[in-house]
Design a protein around this ligand. Structure first.
Ligand code: ZN
Ligand code: ZN
Length: 257
């Protein structure tokens, strides 16, 4: 019984030839609930339709920071419309990406991020946050825009313990995925060891960031199982305890019964 809170299996080209098998395999590996991410104008419709086709799948909708130049009135109203769909349970992934420097200017990213936090508060939906190399600005903007009113998930959390504490103070859960299993990630492992278990949610962010022993290969939603196993080992608790806690946390933060 695993809840994978961040998958791109519905839209990513790497699943073009075997999407149905990958989804079936995820079910076999214990994924009983999942959230897919409509991360730009085109993906929004695909993700919502995918969630509508599968009773165990929900969707987030938002404009990813690297697609921030797509932002306009039509996109904003498409998001507002999608937010009314009962299968849509978060605004995301939204945030800042200072790694991909040629996609969208950082000031545009910050503006689009602020507008989508306001949309989340307006629609009373939690946020799924993407933060790449932008921890300080992401947390500062979340604080300034009162994101604590809705909370959400810091997807693929990559900050240190100081950043983690600020996100936890805002009421956010930390999304833990494949990167925690990497040998060269003692900071991420430290956070996962110290954080309260009732704020931890699991994800894959497939097809990217495969957990060990699949690092470098295509990730898939079922591999969340390996992330759960690693977290259990790291915290010295059972796999079942991790699965149950993270399943409950995801349902709570996303408002799923
Ligand atoms: Zn992301
Ligand atoms: Zn993602």
């Amino acid at each position: 019984m695993l809840f994978n809170t961040h998958s791109h299996v519905d839209t990513n080209r790497k699943f073009e030839s075997d999407r149905d098998e990958v989804v079936a395999r995820a079910r076999e590996m214990g994924v009983s609930r999942m959230m897919v991410i409509g991360f730009n104008r085109e993906a929004i419709d695909v993700s919502v339709a995918f969630a509508e086709r599968h009773d165990w799948v929900w969707a987030a909708v938002g404009i990813h920071p690297t697609d921030a130049l797509q932002w306009n009135d039509e996109v904003a109203s498409a998001l507002r419309r999608a937010a009314l769909n009962p299968k849509v349970r978060a605004i995301g992934e939204v945030g800042l990406d200072y790694y991909w420097k040629d996609e969208a200017p950082f000031d545009v990213q910050r503006d689009v991020f602020r507008q989508q936090i306001r949309l989340a508060r307006e629609t009373k939906l939690p946020l799924s946050i993407h933060d790449r190399d932008a921890h300080d600005d992401v947390v500062r903007i979340l604080e300034e825009e009162r994101a604590d009113e809705v909370g959400g998930i810091m997807h693929c959390f990559a900050g240190d313990w100081t950043i983690a504490e600020r996100c936890l103070a805002l009421g956010f859960c930390l999304g833990v995925g494949g990167t925690v299993t990497y040998k060269n990630n003692p900071v991420g492992q430290d956070v996962v060891r110290r954080m309260p278990l009732d704020r931890l949610v699991l994800e894959t962010d497939d097809p990217y960031l495969s957990p060990m022993p699949f690092r470098g290969k295509r990730n898939e939603p079922g591999y969340v199982k390996f992330v759960a196993e690693f977290v259990a080992q790291l915290r010295g608790i059972s796999f079942e305890e991790v699965a149950q806690a993270t399943f409950d946390n995801a349902n709570r933060v996303l408002g799923i019964e």
